[in-house]
Design a protein around this ligand. Structure first.
Ligand code: NAP
Ligand code: MG
Length: 489
């Protein structure tokens, strides 16, 4: 199959909201813009409070007495695995859709669809492997701990990895037997809508998966506030994260929040530069820097700075931003609004005199209307500069020299965030010592995995949020421990 991205507007009409395995028409629509070209090419439904209400009711019916509630863990796992297979069966279509909707290079879009399938496969396999435990107690008692589903779970995901995010958030929730309502981001939600349709084809009973696209302040807020949900999972900005947590408190329910970061890559003087360099550049350029776990800070030992930075500069200067099918190094930013936010961050740093080490460019073929930002590396970035502390969510690397090991740890921990980190050194003892002192959900040694690792528990501390997704850990997050105490004599 050849993939084409006609650079002209082509409107695909909205199908509506997906409730009880059916599309329901909604009067209002939202135009969908292709970020690589800046043109409208589709529409989605603008779901609101009424649609969220209907979706929560459908999920409730599925959870309480519906066909979904009667399935065994093995049967739920089989459905999840089947959905993973259907994603692979429709691989080219989904990759093209993701690339057009998000502006991702085709290589990235393909990797994302592969990861989406992997999430459903992983949680399909795991569904019937969550074992309970037997707890020694007083004489005459038999006590077990087992995992119950939470009920109806709400899920709000961002626009940066829509296909991966639907797998990451719905996979574990469904594996544990919850019925789900998903509100994807209005800026990119075409693959989640298609995957919902594939879920019905896979045989998920009505109400297990409901997807309501719409604006955050309408559909998103209605879902977060809804008294009919039992848990909410949110990935996005700290600002909205506060609102989600407040709404969850009003409903006395739990939440998992993943709110981004300002993740450091720490390079000691004995680092294997050949191995580190492509990873350092890739971890901030991946998805045009719009990755919660982007390697946004490069912390470099002062003795390595003069040797390393020209190499980083050479790589950055060679980077080219462009449209999905032109095999660029990076794509555009998701929207004109986000592009303006990233550009103003860069302009502020320049106005404050932060030195630019190197800057990439846009490909000559990149469409005029696309939301491109030239990747840039700044340094040395003063430690009190916003660029050293705040999330940019664009292809902007902040390089900062450090004095010694203690200084590196202090710098690494010196932001409000704590999501992931990378430590590069050939000294194993130092690697472990430093990794143990870093406050983050994941620490890599001589490696870095921005967004990677379906099997690896993932989440933040501090302003990066709380709770864990991915891996087996997510199955615990989306379930509640019930202690069963039986007196037998
Ligand atoms: P955002 O507003 O937090 O959006 C995330 C999700 O929350 C979207 O589905 C959004 O819907 C929804 N939402 C927005 N307002 C809501 C509300 N009042 N109640 C319930 N849900 C609501 O993030 P953004 O504005 O797209 O991006 C802003 C910044 O957030 C970025 O620059 C970046 O720093 C950060 N961010 C982080 C991640 C991450 O992976 N941690 C992902 C995306 C963004 P709509 O988009 O449809 O309005
Ligand atoms: Mg879009």
């Amino acid at each position: 199959m050849t993939l084409d991205f006609p650079r002209a507007a082509r409107v695909t009409p909205a199908k509506g909201v997906f409730i009880d395995n059916e599309w329901r028409a909604v009067a209002r629509t939202i135009p969908v813009v292709a970020p690589a070209e800046g043109v409208v090419f589709a529409e989605i439904a603008a779901g609101g409070a009424a649609e969220i209400d209907a979706a929560v009711a459908a999920a409730r019916r599925a959870f309480e007495g519906g066909a979904w509630s009667r399935l065994s863990a093995t049967e739920r796992g089989r459905l999840l695995s089947r959905l993973g297979q259907l994603i692979l069966d429709n691989f080219d279509e989904l990759a093209a859709l993701e690339a057009r909707d998000c502006g991702k290079p085709m290589k990235t879009a393909r990797a994302d669809i592969e990861a989406a399938a992997r999430y459903f496969e992983f949680y399909g396999g795991a569904a019937d492997k969550v074992h309970g435990e037997q707890i020694p107690f007083q004489r005459g008692y038999y006590v077990t701990g087992e995992r119950d589903p939470l009920g109806v779970t709400g899920h709000i995901i961002p626009w940066n990895y829509p296909a991966q995010m639907i797998g990451r958030t719905l996979g574990p929730a469904l594996a544990m037997g919850n019925a789900t309502v998903l509100k994807p981001a209005e800026d990119a939600c075409l693959t989640p809508l298609r995957i919902a349709e594939l879920a019905a084809e896979a045989g998920f009973p009505p109400g297990a998966i409901n997807v309501v696209p719409g604006y955050g302040h309408e559909a998103g807020q209605a879902l977060a506030d809804h008294p009919g949900i039992d848990f909410i999972a949110f990935t996005g900005s700290p600002r909205v994260g506060v609102m989600i947590q407040t709404a969850a408190a009003q409903n006395h329910i739990g939440c998992v929040l993943e709110l981004g970061g300002k993740s450091p890559q720490i390079l000691f003087e004995d680092a294997d530069l050949e191995a580190a360099l492509p990873v350092v550049v890739g971890a901030i350029v991946q998805n045009a820097g719009q990755t919660c776990s982007a390697g946004a800070r490069l912390l470099v030992h002062k003795g390595l700075w003069d040797r390393l930075m020209p190499m980083v500069a050479e790589r950055f200067a060679a980077l080219r931003a462009g449209a999905p099918d032109d095999t660029p190094d990076l794509g555009p930013i998701i929207s004109a609004r986000q592009q303006a936010a990233v550009q103003s961050f860069i302009a502020r740093a320049e106005a404050e005199g932060v030195p630019v080490i190197a800057r990439g460019a846009r490909q000559e073929a990149a469409p005029e209307g696309g939301f491109y930002v030239d990747p840039v590396v700044f340094g040395p970035v003063p430690r009190d500069n916003a660029l050293a502390r705040d999330e940019v969510f664009g292809p902007v690397l902040a390089a900062i020299p450090f004095e010694d090991e203690a200084d590196a740890v202090a710098l690494a921990n010196g932001t409000d965030y704590g999501l992931i980190a990378g430590v590069w050194t050939r000294d194993t003892a130092r690697a472990i010592r430093v990794a143990r002192q870093i406050r983050a959900g994941q620490v890599y040694v001589n490696a870095y995995g921005a967004g990677g690792g379906i099997e690896l528990p993932f989440g933040g501390v501090k302003k990066s949020g709380h709770g864990r997704e991915k891996g087996f850990e997510a199955l615990y997050e989306f379930s509640a421990l019930k202690t069963l105490v039986i007196k037998h004599d």
